[in-house]
Design a binder for this molecule. Structure first.
Ligand code: ZN
Length: 248
């Protein structure tokens, strides 16, 4: 076990609940959620940037929905990792204020996180392209009819943020509010490259928060972090958790 983990455990304890986790693809990669680049032959000739755009959807909603249904079929095979579960447990024990995630896979909610901001939406929710009605599908449930149709007669789309789209303003303001209250931000499994999401930890830093980076690799955010744990998310959080029990 590393002494970084002990220092982070002490920091979390000292911050009496004013701790936020900011997570990215790395926390889900370890439970086998594939990244964008599909390994399935069917999709190899498609560039995700050609599928995850408003224009692609206007051109061929059925194709885009088939791609999402395929991704949903992969994601539903996964279970939350020990890292997802520990974040949910720390929240229920009052040590963590909430989670801000860039992931759309629904695993934080599945693990039991409650105060959760899904910056890029959720693959398990869809919304109407005309009346804006939102429908929660629930983890693991793929629409039977593709493309799904709203009760108003219009086509539904995945409620996720596509390339060339802004982040939903309600999610963004909730994330900003959380970051504004944080004394500590645990930056977990994110490269810090996807803007504007990556500016959130820096926003917290600017207001005096301490950044902790949990990532096996060096990232764009590393130099801003006071503590760095160079391990995968689950191994690192389990390490911190072992120390938490021993600190009063
Ligand atoms: Zn509608």
């Amino acid at each position: 076990m590393s002494s970084e983990e002990l220092k982070v455990a002490e920091l979390v304890k000292r911050s009496s609940g004013r701790v936020i986790a900011f997570t990215g693809a790395g926390i889900s990669a370890e439970v086998g959620i594939p990244t964008f680049r599909g390994r399935d032959g069917l999709w190899e000739r498609y560039d995700p940037e050609e599928l995850a755009t408003p224009r692609a959807f206007r051109r061929n909603p059925e194709l885009v929905w088939r791609w999402y249904a395929w991704r949903m079929s992969l994601i539903r095979e996964a279970r939350p990792s020990p890292a997802h579960e520990l974040l949910a447990r720390w929240e229920s024990e009052g040590m963590l204020m909430g989670v801000v995630t860039q992931n759309i896979d629904g695993l934080h909610r599945e693990a039991g996180s409650i105060n959760l901001v899904e910056l890029h939406g959720s693959i398990w929710r869809m919304r109407c392209t005309s009346c804006d009605l939102k429908l929660d599908l629930g983890f693991g449930r793929i629409p039977e009819e593709i493309p799904p149709v709203c009760s108003c007669g219009s086509i539904m789309r995945p409620d996720v943020v596509w390339f060339h789209e802004p982040l939903p303003s309600d999610a963004w303001s909730r994330a900003e509010e959380l970051m504004g209250k944080a004394e500590v931000v645990l930056v977990i499994g994110t490269s810090g490259l996807v803007m504007p999401a990556a500016s959130l930890p820096l926003m917290a830093l600017g207001r005096g928060a301490i950044l902790v980076e949990i990532n096996p690799e060096e990232t764009n955010l590393s130099r801003f972090a006071r503590f760095r744990i160079r391990k995968g998310a689950s191994e690192a959080l389990q390490g911190v958790n072992r120390y938490l029990g021993g600190i009063s």
